[in-house]
Design a binder for this molecule. Structure first.
Ligand SMILES: C[S@@+](CC[C@H](N)C(=O)[O-])C[C@H]1O[C@@H](n2cnc3c(N)ncnc32)[C@H](O)[C@@H]1O
Length: 254
């Protein structure tokens, strides 16, 4: 919505990962001449991107290699929109990272932040009591905290954004959404999202192997298989969800 109305908007996606969000935005909005730049520590694994996914000189290509922690290679007030999704597990000083994003926003520009609450929940208390994968939830959060990461930052995402000096506090809006884990939702769109999120969860043990080993947990795949057994989604025993916190906020006027 913000972008659909912003003719010629300059958009930055911080920690763009696969580049999917940046490419989807660029593809969806060529008619308003949106220009999108994605930055990440590593190259996104995509062969091509649309022409309005911008190159800006650090390297040839549509995306840039950059560590947000050491600062973004852009002057103050460059972008109309800065998007951050799923960076809690990568950045220690989370509010400082947000402040750096806001530095490169134009006055009245939009900051969009999406984070996952890193514990699996269930739809009802009864289901949670019998099926929550407590071992997985606890060990994973402990491992993040041991690395100096703020595992609970998503639960107070609006407060973190509002704490950034140049953010207009009254503009901060939080939208908290539960996404099903598994295809149990009874709505075609949510069932699709649920199947994708369960698939991602199945690969999660592998993705967090090094993190868990550093925490003294060897066999994160086994921990994950156990979590899936506890949830017992395929048999319909529980209706687990991931909670996503979405925050939108504006930078103060000049
Ligand atoms: C969990 S992925 C999320 C990717 C993408 N935002 C998405 O939602 O699909 C986190 C991404 O942040 C990147 N990242 C982590 N720390 C970073 C840093 N200090 N600077 C830039 N990117 C970073 C990682 O390389 C990874 O691609």
């Amino acid at each position: 919505m913000v972008l659909a109305e912003s003719y010629g908007a300059q958009v930055l996606d911080v920690g763009c990962g696969t580049g999917k969000w940046a490419v989807e935005v660029a593809e969806a909005l060529p008619h308003v001449q949106v220009q999108v730049v994605g930055i990440d520590l590593v190259d996104p694994p995509i062969p091509t991107s649309p022409p309005n996914c911008q190159t800006s000189g650090l390297r040839v290509g549509s995306f840039e290699i950059c560590d947000i922690v050491t600062g973004l290679p852009y002057p103050d007030e460059t972008f109309d929109v800065v998007h951050v999704r799923d960076l809690i597990s990568g950045v220690r000083a989370y509010e400082e990272m947000l402040a750096e994003c806001v530095r490169v926003l134009k006055p009245q520009g939009y900051l969009l932040v999406v984070e996952i609450e890193w514990v699996v929940s269930c739809l009802t208390v009864e289901e949670a009591e019998s099926h929550l994968p407590m071992c997985h939830n606890t060990l994973f959060l402990e491992a993040l905290e041991e690395r100096g990461l703020d595992a609970w930052a998503a639960q107070s995402l609006d407060a973190h954004v509002a704490a950034v000096n140049q953010i207009e506090r009254e503009s901060v809006r939080l939208d908290r959404r539960s996404v099903p884990l598994g295809g149990w939702a009874g709505d075609p769109y949510l069932e699709y999202a649920g199947r994708l999120s369960l698939d991602a969860f199945r690969h999660f043990g592998n993705a967090i192997r090094i993190l868990m080993q550093d925490h003294g947990v060897f066999g994160s795949d086994d921990m994950h298989s156990a979590a899936l057994e506890e949830l017992d989604v395929d048999a319909g025993a529980s209706r687990p969800v991931w909670v996503f916190d979405n925050v939108i906020a504006r930078k103060k006027s000049a």
